[in-house]
Design a protein around this ligand. Sequence first.
Ligand code: GSH
Length: 243
Amino acid sequence: MSAVAASFGYVKEVLPPSLNSFSEPPALFDGTTRLYISYICPYAQRPWIVRNFKGLQKKIILVPIDLQNRPDWYKEKVYPGNKVPALEHNNEVKGESLDLIKFIDETFEGPKLLPNDPAKRQFAEELFSYSDIFNMVIFKSLPAPGDIGEAVVAAFDKLEDALSKFDDGPFLLGQFSLVDIAYAPFIERFQYGLTELKNYDITKGRPKLALWIEELYKIDAYAETVQDPKELLAVAKKRLGIA
Ligand SMILES: N[C@@H](CCC(=O)N[C@@H](CS)C(=O)NCC(=O)O)C(=O)O
């Protein structure tokens, strides 16, 4: 937590334990807004950060799910897509992390996380659309033998270029926004994973990316969602079939 936040009496949230196949469901559709996540899921981390940044810890209750041992009621009663994240709000359940971060930002109080400037809005949409492509390029490269490929270098260079577009701050749209939140959970994993698996430092020769990461970690709403990178890499290696 930053010294500034501490001086305002900001209290770090005590995170609830994950629910598994032995757990009873919460009192579904009782009017409570719930964000179903998994602590280790980068997609779920996106709306979790938005909720924290907007100060909605009491309005949107976190419900962590153990994805390895999922309760049956999650698919049957909450979200037929059976993925996280999902948001239970006003008797409806919505999924898809990029839709959810926009929905939470538009629907709930707290600082707005998308600027009104049309040029920034347009760039935001371009970067949202690119994020799945970016992630796939990197995920695909991890199990591949040998050094880092050109596609990975090009993908990180594209991010470095994107960080030059607006100069009113170190973030992708200048000031901290939903776009940074869309990328941060993935960059966090890729930075650690590429160092460990490929001995590749994503910040080398990319000063803007280095500064972006440094500034991100100063944001409590984000820092509080960051999990042990070793544990995250172990999960990713299992999923990607890396020995
Ligand atoms: N496109 C979805 C992806 C969500 C996703 O793949 N979540 C993973 C965990 S990181 C999941 O729930 N996987 C469970 C499954 O696929 O059965 C989003 O952006 O929300």
